[in-house]
Design a protein around this ligand. Structure first.
Ligand code: ADP
Ligand code: MG
Length: 286
């Protein structure tokens, strides 16, 4: 590989809004045979919006509790719920000993009572409640609140938009003979819906951050060269584990630092462009 050709490749990438950290990363990209995508903020827009609120306590009180606890989380769910509370002039209260649990939710204490907000899996894990009726919220992301004494406090359902050209981007990648997989911590129904909308080859739901890493490792052990595309704090370990970590321009700094390639935009077409650039660069070099 001549240094000049590499420089040209990196420069060409930069001019297309594809920031490649090193010549090695550019070289490795040509061998990618699986691209793994995160869902929230990667295939879907980063912004979520609340569509339903079902509460067993006073509605405003419910929103206040959930938003207050979520103000400790930087997750798109937390951001959406806090925006909603602010827009509705709902004030916040202080929680004690708050713990953000990646991929599951948030827990904290209010007046010495433990309250948790998170996925159905989180509520099941901590409270042992299994029979939550989710049928009304199909295709939506759920934040469920639970308190030890009162039990279920309520459910917030959040909706999102799938990025406009996500389907086209995934189609382009598939046409290059590369397999596409979505890994998400979200529930099965929502994962299935999104996967179907964008035509992704495979999806896996209800995954914790460590499950995502393990999944990528397994693929690598089978000899695959795996790219991971993500945006969130939660994605940083998977981006590091992958052979080529690709972060999205609208993502968090932590994700960018953990990746080999950063896309200036949030346009997934650039994932295909990155791989094509690598192939073109190294074809010339050989
Ligand atoms: P994704 O894989 O889509 O990025 P995450 O792994 O971050 O999703 O989260 C998985 C699920 O855990 C979410 O769909 C949600 O139900 C729940 N969850 C995660 N973080 C929070 C939070 N801050 N508040 C409420 N629920 C959360
Ligand atoms: Mg994400």
């Amino acid at each position: 590989a001549t240094p000049t050709a590499l420089m040209v490749g990196l420069g060409l990438g930069a001019s297309k809004g594809i920031l490649i950290r090193s010549g090695e990363a550019l070289e490795r990209a040509k061998d990618i045979d699986i691209v793994v995508f995160d869902k929230t903020g990667t295939i879907t827009d980063k912004e979520l919006y609340i569509t339903d609120i079902v509460s067993n306590i006073d509605r405003e009180e419910f929103i206040k509790i959930v938003a207050s606890l979520e103000s400790y989380s930087e997750h798109p769910i937390g951001i959406a719920i806090n925006k909603f509370a602010k827009d509705n002039n709902i004030s916040k209260i202080d929680f004690q000993s708050v713990k953000v649990v990646p991929g599951l939710g948030v827990e904290g204490y209010l007046n010495n009572k433990k309250i948790i907000v998170g996925s159905p899996k989180f509520i099941e894990k901590i409270a042992g409640i299994k029979d939550i009726d989710k049928s009304k919220f199909e295709g939506k992301t759920l934040a469920i609140a639970y308190e030890d004494e009162k039990g279920l406090l309520g459910i917030m359902a959040l909706s999102f938009k799938i990025k406009e050209n996500a389907r086209e981007a995934i189609d382009q990648i598939k046409k290059m003979g590369i397999k596409t997989i979505m890994l998400t911590g979200d529930n099965e129904e929502t994962a299935r819906y999104v996967a179907g909308q964008v035509g992704i080859d495979e999806y896996f739901a209800n995954l914790l951050p460590q499950d995502k890493i393990a999944h990528i490792k397994r693929l690598q052990e089978k000899g695959h060269v795996v790219a991971m595309v993500g945006d969130g704090i939660n994605d940083a370990p998977s981006l590091k584990q992958s052979d080529v970590g690709i972060s999205i321009g609208t993502g968090t700094d932590i994700a960018k630092e953990a990746s080999n390639i950063t896309l200036m935009s949030d346009d997934l077409i650039s994932v295909a462009k990155s791989i094509k650039l690598s192939i073109a660069t190294f074809k010339k070099i050989k």
